[in-house]
Design a protein around this ligand. Structure first.
Ligand code: AMP
Ligand code: FE
Ligand code: FE
Ligand code: ZN
Length: 292
C-alpha cells in the first residue's frame, strides 16, 4: 500500500499550553514513537504550543503543521446546541492580528477563572486559583484544570463528575466565556495564511441533517475550507455523512483524535479510542491546498 494510505496522522492534539497534559517536546517524541506521519498541536485559543514545537528538533519522518482551535459563537441564524470550535491549520504563527486576537481570548479566560472558583467556594468547595496555578503552572488554565484539582482534593471522584455536577454548561459553577464570532475566526485564520476547518461537527449537536447541511453552506460562504470528518467520538454513520457533505461542497477533509494526555485517558494519540485511522493523504491534501 502507498505511504499516504497506510501511515496515520493526528491533526488534533492539545498540549500543556492549553488543557493537554503533555508538553510540545513530549508530544513530538510520543508521535515519533507511534510512527505517526504528521501532527498539529491545536490548543484552545492559543498558539504557544505550536510556537514551541517549531523551535524543536523534529525527526524528518514526522511532519508538523501549525494549528489552533478557537472556541467560537454565531448569530442565532446558525443554530446549534452543543459546542462550536474552529480549527486553523498552516497559519503564520507571527501574524499580528491572530496573536492579538488570541491574547484577548486568553484575557477573557483569565477573567473567568476567579468567577468559577468563587462559585465553587460558595458551594462549599474550598480551593483557590493559586492552588490551581501551583498544580498546573503558568499556562492557560480552565475548567479541566479546576476539575483535576477537585478530583485530587476528593471533592469529586472524576473529571466527568466535576463537569456534570459543577462546571458543565448550566451547572451551578458554570460561567460563560467570551467567544469569537465564527465569521471573524474564519477571517482571521484566512488572513494569517491558514485553513479554517470546522472541528468535531458531531459536538455541535445539530440533529437534523438538512439543518447541518445549511450550517455548512453558511460557513462555506464565510470562508470555511474544511471539515474535521475523522474524529475519536464520531459514530461511523455520521463520519460517512460528513464525507458526503465535504465532497458535495468541495471542502477539505481532516481528522484527529483530540488527544489531551491523561486528562482524557481513553483517547490515545493517533488512534483515539483504538479504531481511528486518519491517512497521511489528508495531510498532503491540506499542504497542497495551503500552497495553492
Ligand atoms: P474551558 O476551555 O475552560 O471552557 O473548558 C473546556 C474544555 O473542558 C473542553 O475543551 C474539554 O477539553 C474539557 N471538557 C469539557 N467537558 C468535559 C467533561 N465532561 N469531561 C472532561 N473534560 C471536559
Ligand atoms: Fe480541551
Ligand atoms: Fe474542541
Ligand atoms: Zn480539541
Amino acid at each position: 500500500m502507498a505511504y499516504s494510505e497506510h501511515v496515520r496522522i493526528d491533526l488534533h492534539i492539545h498540549s500543556t499550553a492549553s488543557d493537554g497534559t503533555l508538553s510540545p517536546p513530549e508530544i513530538i517524541s510520543l508521535a515519533h514513537s507511534l510512527n505517526i506521519g504528521a501532527i498539529a498541536i491545536t490548543d484552545h485559543d492559543t498558539i504557544d504550543g505550536s510556537k514551541e514545537a517549531f523551535t524543536l528538533d523534529i525527526p524528518p519522518s514526522l511532519k508538523l503543521l501549525t494549528g489552533v482551535e478557537i472556541s467560537v459563537s454565531s448569530n442565532p441564524s446558525l443554530f446549534y446546541t452543543g459546542s462550536f470550535h474552529m480549527l486553523g491549520y498552516s497559519i503564520r504563527l507571527d501574524d499580528p492580528v491572530l496573536n492579538r486576537t488570541l491574547d484577548m481570548l486568553q484575557e477573557a479566560r483569565r477573567n473567568r477563572n476567579p468567577r468559577i472558583v468563587n462559585c465553587l467556594n460558595n458551594l462549599g468547595i474550598n480551593l483557590s486559583l493559586k492552588d490551581v496555578a501551583d498544580e498546573f503552572g503558568e499556562g492557560q488554565l480552565g475548567r479541566p484544570h479546576i476539575a483535576q484539582l477537585m478530583v485530587k482534593r476528593g471533592f469529586v471522584k472524576s473529571i466527568n463528575e466535576a463537569f456534570d455536577k459543577y462546571l458543565g454548561t448550566g451547572r451551578p459553577a458554570y460561567i460563560d466565556k467570551y467567544r469569537l464570532d465564527c465569521g471573524r475566526a474564519i477571517e482571521i485564520i484566512l488572513a494569517a495564511g491558514g485553513i479554517p476547518v470546522l472541528a468535531h461537527p458531531f459536538f455541535l449537536y445539530i440533529e437534523n441533517k438538512d439543518r447541518f447541511e445549511d450550517f455548512i453552506v453558511n460557513l462555506k460562504e464565510l470562508g470555511l475550507k474544511g471539515i474535521e470528518v475523522y474524529y475519536s467520538e464520531h459514530p461511523p454513520d455520521l463520519t460517512a455523512f460528513y464525507v458526503e457533505i465535504a465532497n458535495r461542497y468541495d471542502l477539505l477533509i481532516t481528522g484527529g483524535t483530540d488527544f489531551h494526555g491523561s486528562i482524557k485517558p481513553d483517547i490515545k494519540m493517533g488512534s483515539g479510542r483504538g479504531d481511528l485511522f486518519v491517512p497521511y493523504s489528508l495531510y498532503e491534501n491540506l499542504v497542497r491546498f495551503a500552497h495553492k
